[in-house]
Design a protein around this ligand. Sequence first.
Ligand SMILES: NC(=O)c1ccc[n+]([C@@H]2O[C@H](COP(=O)([O-])OP(=O)(O)OC[C@H]3O[C@@H](n4cnc5c(N)ncnc54)[C@H](OP(=O)(O)O)[C@@H]3O)[C@@H](O)[C@H]2O)c1
Length: 267
Amino acid sequence: MESMFTVNDKIVLVTGGSRGLGLYAAHALLVAGASQVYISSRKAIECDKSAKALNAIPGVKGKAIPIAGNFSTLDGVKTVMEFVKTNSGGKLDIVIANAGTTWGAPFEKHLPDMLDKVLDLNLKGVFYTIQQAASLLEATGTAADPARVIVVGSIIGLAVTGGGTGTYGYLSSKAAVHHLSKALAVELGPRHINVNVIAPGFFPTKMGNGLINMIGTETLAEVNPTGRLGLPEDIEGAVLYLCSKAGAYINGVVLPIDGGQHLVSKL
Ligand SMILES: NC(=O)c1ccc[n+]([C@@H]2O[C@H](COP(=O)([O-])OP(=O)(O)OC[C@H]3O[C@@H](n4cnc5c(N)ncnc54)[C@H](OP(=O)(O)O)[C@@H]3O)[C@@H](O)[C@H]2O)c1
């Protein structure tokens, strides 16, 4: 009997898939049987490099396919979606809306341009991604095995903590995509598209390291109920659960992946 925790023959798009949490998600889904995993971010060279590394994993049947694109603009999203549609024969089963950015400055010095930059990608870009993918996802989803969207939020969108100080656009964008995803889960559920959110805590990535280095890895580990920061497999396991048959009846949840930190931490 086939495991419930596979995504055999599924076609996947990962935004911001060239590194960090997006790359972890792409890896998990490719290893679990996806036939095509589109890796998209702005820098073509980074997408190519990451796709090449994924395609070199021994025993993997599917293919990672690089496609550069800017998810901050509707035109950028449309261009990537056209590429996916053409190359996949109009099929798409899973979207990981992960591309994100941050910026921090004290309250009085916060710049409008930076608020725009963060909200354009983290909020508007997530909306455009789901909007432009919906018809492709609807073509593949069924009642027994719906298409899946996973939005990458953050625990900073769940609780007001010192760690979020100064990232006004970022923390607002994450709370906003949590709520947006719940609304879309209700709206798109009848079209056999499940929408869920993962809300990571602290993971050492290019983005995560900014704050991790400021606060200190040891300090962060000490205040975490599990005594550590996030690892790639923490993201991989959650993504696989939500995208496989095992997660077919999960719709509209915000799943913290943080060792319980949002429940206790002032950081
Ligand atoms: N790391 C953490 O601790 C943490 C915690 C909570 C939530 N998150 C969330 O997790 C997601 C991934 O973050 P990460 O930590 O993996 O960060 P990261 O290592 O900096 O990766 C960000 C990814 O997004 C891409 N990207 C940035 N701007 C883009 C744009 N305009 N269009 C398309 N792609 C773009 C980047 O590639 P290019 O530069 O080539 O575009 C890269 O692939 C984000 O939504 C972040 O808010 C992270």
